[in-house]
Design a protein around this ligand. Structure first.
Ligand code: SF4
Length: 368
């Protein structure tokens, strides 16, 4: 059987402990595993005297999405992205909006099998400019994500990661070396939120954000899901905005998106649009240039404006582009100022479509 079709593959980031357990060093959880046990993420497990990834080449499903859905507003706008995830997650957020995948312990979730080369080929056949590792956190299946990103690079397809950024230094470096763009979920700006609601820590996420901005060329955008009464106070939004402005600069796009009651947080109301507008105003007040409202219908809060002359650069209605005032390299059509991001030619025309894909349907074509 070829390497591509083996679901269980060796991994590198682990060490043996004096008490006989093996510690996984991919994320700050540092799960300590007895023989046969899986980590909290479910997909990494101890087999013998090593930690293996058990889901290489297996996916919970594929879909062609607008790149704006990741969300990435400044990376090849308007283009389609082939999106997929696996199962499991290294965080356990009470409000998870993808909990059927992230909390899955069911092999049926991983019904779709695809080696990296086939994903890259299908992405090209479908006209996608990029492939996204999304729905669950790709750092837990980094070996698969990295090989897929490399296969994509050979076909001029970009690699996009959607992640919580909860990852240790060495795997962080290896993982992001293969990525072209990333959206990092900054879930809140307090340790108590991360500890009590995500069962994780804030500081490693901030470290990832600073690393990405200062040490890499990866295009970075941030998302914060605002949950009423949990992470939406003025004080917290001011502190977060100040930190983003000072630590990451003014050009990092930031998406404030609306929470919908789900998983273990069904008692909470959905986020009112006014909360997103308030968060946006606070962030803009710190000089941030590109701040967006997400999961609500608000063209003003979804559009991109020139930081120099204030003209609309990209008008948006949901995931649909309604206005375009940039040249082919991302300069304002009115004043010529550069808009931060990755712009290559005119806007794509994918629109708001969401197209589920079965990779198996493409196998014959791909071999041809
Ligand atoms: S990647 Fe998975 S197994 Fe490794 S430390 Fe994180 S949760 Fe545990």
């Amino acid at each position: 059987m070829s390497r591509d079709f083996r679901s269980v593959v060796p991994t590198r980031y682990w060490r043996g402990l004096d008490d006989g357990r093996i510690q996984c060093d991919v994320c700050p959880r540092r799960c300590r595993l007895h023989e046969g046990r899986r980590g909290l993420c479910f997909v990494r497990a101890r087999q013998g005297n090593a930690v293996v990834l058990t889901t290489f080449g297996r996916s919970s499903g594929y879909c062609v999405d607008p790149i704006e859905k990741k969300p990435l507003n400044h990376f090849l706008p308007g283009t389609p992205v082939l999106s997929f995830g696996t199962a499991g997650c290294n965080l356990s957020c009470s409000f998870c909006q993808n909990w059927d995948i992230s909390r899955s312990r069911d092999a049926d979730t991983l019904a779709d099998r695809a080696p990296p080369a086939r994903i890259a080929r299908v992405a090209r056949q479908l006209g996608c400019r990029s492939v996204a590792f999304t729905y669950n956190d790709p750092v837990i299946f980094l070996e698969y994500a990295i090989e897929t990103a490399k296969a994509c690079e050979e076909r001029d397809i970009r690699a996009v990661a959607v992640t919580a950024g909860y990852v240790c230094d060495a795997p962080r470096e290896e993982f992001f070396r293969s990525m072209d763009a990333v959206n990092v979920d900054l879930k809140a700006f307090t340790e108590s939120f991360y500890r009590h609601i995500c069962h994780a820590e804030l500081q490693p996420v901030l470290d990832t954000l600073v690393y990405l901005k200062r040490e890499t060329e990866v295009w970075l955008e941030i998302t914060t899901l605002l949950i009423p009464g949990e992470n939406d106070s003025d004080a917290e939004l001011h502190r977060a905005s100040q930190w983003v402005a000072e630590s990451l600069g003014l050009d990092v796009p930031w998406h404030f998106s609306a929470f919908h009651p789900d998983y273990r947080m069904r008692q909470k109301p959905p986020t009112p649009p006014e909360t997103l507008a308030r968060a946006r105003e606070i962030a803009l007040g710190y000089g941030l240039r590109y701040v967006y409202m997400g999961n609500v219908h608000d063209e003003r809060g979804e559009s991109t404006y020139c930081h120099a002359c204030g003209e609309t650069l990209v008008g948006r209605d949901g995931y649909r582009i309604t206005a375009w005032n940039l040249d082919d390299t991302g300069h304002c059509g009115t004043c010529g100022a550069r808009c931060a991001g990755v712009f290559e030619g005119p806007a794509g025309r994918w629109g708001a479509r969401r197209q589920p894909v079965r990779l198996a349907d493409f196998a014959a074509d791909a071999r041809a």
